[in-house]
Ligand binder design. Structure first.
Ligand SMILES: Nc1ncnc2c1ncn2[C@@H]1O[C@H](COP(=O)(O)OP(=O)(O)OP(=O)(O)O)[C@@H](O)[C@H]1O
Ligand SMILES: [Mg+2]
Length: 431
């Protein structure tokens, strides 16, 4: 495989982020692909989009063009196609079961699996919905559940559980139009939290079971994994922008000042106002008064950190509480030992993992995309989704090029199981 250029664009609610990466050929004797290297990035304001939908085609195309042009200039390349991360309430996922009879004296072949996976994509769908992705969750050989790779095995009946992600057809068509109008081809669409999973989860997280919670600007997106496969996804129309809004209203300050205040002094747990222990929290250690500029008044006022947290914490609790109630769990939450991985810009708020642990009752950690070669400024939860697209893209292109042995991202300790599995399935489909 020669060097490849991979480009992804995250159509986020607070920013459009385009990333371009270069992948180099793996050494002949290596079973690993080297980690992609980010060679260009561009960020633009998400004008022309609302709740993940295109509401003004011209503006949307221009926003895409703004981000891609910056990234292209930095990378010194001209792009033709993009992997695209999308969000919105119109995206839905559900499991579909498909099955195939196999003669018992015959080993299961890639062609059998391919036939099965393709069967799943012919499920009856309302005409206004389009399948954007299918992820195998498990294979079942007769009564034996939990098989991840059935090739070469024997059975009378091969069944598969496939997680199918669908979206409103017109929503996809309009995003596609905006991408085309900006001068690009849409290579594949991925729901944002699934894209982010490629950059912040490792195979252990997915195998043991975990929930990825991506708290962005106007949405919080979740992808939950168990036994190496996706079992649920969810998009909630609440995020960091709502926290900013609450601060703006609660303290009668402008949204601009509320955003600054949140980023500089915000925290998600009230006990953090007085006792902070981690180094990253040390800036907040002293509960000294914080100056704020009230709307319509010339005078500066002060508030203490505890008051600020008393505005932020209930909103974060509401978001976690809603997710907790809405998510389907395949098993007791305690049986998701890898717990919760928080990512997205709002996950940078001190104390947020502690709050998640209190509400869900399982361990929580922050997911930082640090498995690609990139500048430190991108090793930041805000970039989990565009970097995840790059990792997905490098696996996808590698599979399309017939490189079937991999799926593990060399150099990095993270080896996305879902990715390696999807990669293998893709290879089978391409055979
Ligand atoms: N240090 C910080 N503390 C608290 N919140 C932060 C911090 N940095 C960024 N945020 C918040 O993160 C949010 C943006 O996150 P992100 O960049 O992941 O969003 P997005 O991907 O554009 O949106 P979405 O995922 O909803 O489509 C904003 O609300 C911003 O205020
Ligand atoms: Mg996002």
């Amino acid at each position: 495989m020669k060097n490849q250029i991979i480009a992804g664009i995250d159509l986020g609610s607070s920013k459009i982020a385009c990333m371009i990466a270069k992948t180099s050929a793996p050494p002949q004797d290596s079973a690993n692909n080297p980690a992609p290297e980010i060679i260009g990035a561009g960020i633009s304001e998400p004008k022309g989009f609302s709740n993940g939908l295109v509401v003004n085609l011209e503006l949307a195309a221009q926003s895409i063009k703004n981000a891609t042009s910056l990234a292209e200039t930095q990378a010194g390349v001209k792009l033709s196609e993009l992997y695209i991360a999308i969000t919105g309430a119109h995206i839905k996922g559900e499991s579909s079961k498909v099955s195939l009879s196999i003669s018992p004296d015959k080993e299961i072949t890639p062609a059998d699996v391919s036939q099965l996976v393709q069967q799943a994509s012919t499920v009856d769908l309302p005409s206004h919905r389009t399948i954007i992705h299918s992820f195998p969750q498990e294979f079942i050989l007769d009564d034996l559940h939990g098989i991840r790779d059935p090739i070469g095995m024997n059975a009378n009946r091969l069944q598969a559980s496939i997680y199918i992600v669908t979206a409103t057809s017109t929503a996809i068509q309009n995003i596609q139009k905006a991408i085309n109008r900006a001068g690009f081809k849409a290579r594949e669409f991925l729901p944002q939290p699934i894209a982010a999973s490629y950059s912040v989860l490792d195979s252990n997280d997915q195998e043991l079971g975990c929930m990825l919670i991506d708290i962005g600007g106007e949405t919080t997106d979740v992808a939950a994994f168990y036994n190496g496969g996706i079992y649920d996804t969810l998009s909630l129309g609440l995020g960091g922008a709502d926290i900013t809004n609450d601060i703006s209203i609660g303290l009668s300050i402008s949204r601009y000042h509320a955003e600054q205040l949140k980023i500089k002094h915000g925290a998600a747990r009230s006990d953090l106002a007085f006792s902070l222990s981690s180094p990253q929290d040390s800036a907040n250690k002293h509960s000294s008064p914080i100056k704020i500029q009230s709307l319509g008044k010339d005078i500066e006022q002060t508030i203490d950190k505890k008051s600020l947290i008393s505005i932020i914490a209930p909103r974060v609790e509401e978001i976690f509480g809603l997710l907790h109630r809405k998510l389907k769990y395949p098993t007791d939450l305690e049986l998701l030992p890898a717990g919760i991985v928080l990512t997205g810009g709002a996950a940078k708020m001190p104390g947020i993992s502690g709050l998640a642990e209190r509400i869900f009752g399982i361990p929580a950690k922050i997911g930082i995309p640090n498995t690609v070669q990139s500048l430190n400024q991108y090793k930041d939860p805000s970039f989990a989704t565009p970097i995840g697209l790059i990792i997905y893209g490098s696996i996808d292109k590698s599979a399309s090029n017939g490189n079937k042995r991999n799926g593990r991202m060399g150099k990095s300790s993270k080896a996305p199981l879902l990715s390696s599995f999807s990669n293998r399935v893709k290879s089978w489909l391409l055979e």
